[in-house]
Design a protein around this ligand. Structure first.
Ligand code: HEC
Length: 132
């Protein structure tokens, strides 16, 4: 009986726990940017940005677009080092895809393709001074 118990413990340790982790990762895939920030991506990102984002965020991400000025909270300054919702590729992507509830930042997950959203991520991250 004790052997059986030990075998069970080992089985759980070796088998089930990794399976649980895999299931977790499948549900919450880690967002990694699949689109290189090359000239083509930045140009495509700029095009989307100028059309869909600059009215609030301003041409250079300073939050000084005509629509952004009247908002509370305002769009923030994407050319600064501190981004409220984080400035990693994954965090910026999530804000663009899901929006920010109760603010003027709407979700773009249905308006833009995944590729377009990564292009915009690449473009807006260029507003920010690189710290590394
Ligand atoms: C109608 C105005 C409006 C438009 C259009 C808009 N945003 Fe925003 N955005 C906001 C506001 C307001 C916030 C601030 C949300 C908050 O304070 O939590 C914001 C926040 C953000 C943030 C997070 C900033 C931070 O400090 O963490 C990012 C990134 C962003 N927007 C990108 C975009 C992109 C890219 C587009 C175009 C696809 C876009 N936004 C379009 C109003 C807008």
């Amino acid at each position: 009986m004790r052997h059986l118990l030990r075998a069970l413990v080992i089985a759980v340790a070796c088998g089930l726990i990794p399976i649980a982790l895999t299931a977790h990762q499948l549900k919450n895939p880690k967002l990694t940017n699949p689109v290189a920030a090359d000239a083509a991506s930045l140009a495509a990102g700029k095009q989307v940005y100028d059309r869909q984002c600059a009215s609030c965020h301003g041409d250079h991400g300073k939050g000084d677009g005509p629509m952004g000025e009247e908002m509370n909270p305002g769009p923030g300054d994407l050319s600064g080092a501190d981004w409220k919702h984080g400035s990693s590729d994954a965090e910026v992507f999530a804000v663009i895809r899901d929006g920010v509830k109760y603010t003027g930042m709407r979700a773009y997950g249905r308006k833009l393709t995944t590729h377009q959203m990564w292009d915009v991520v690449n473009y807006v991250r260029g507003f920010r001074p690189r710290t590394h």
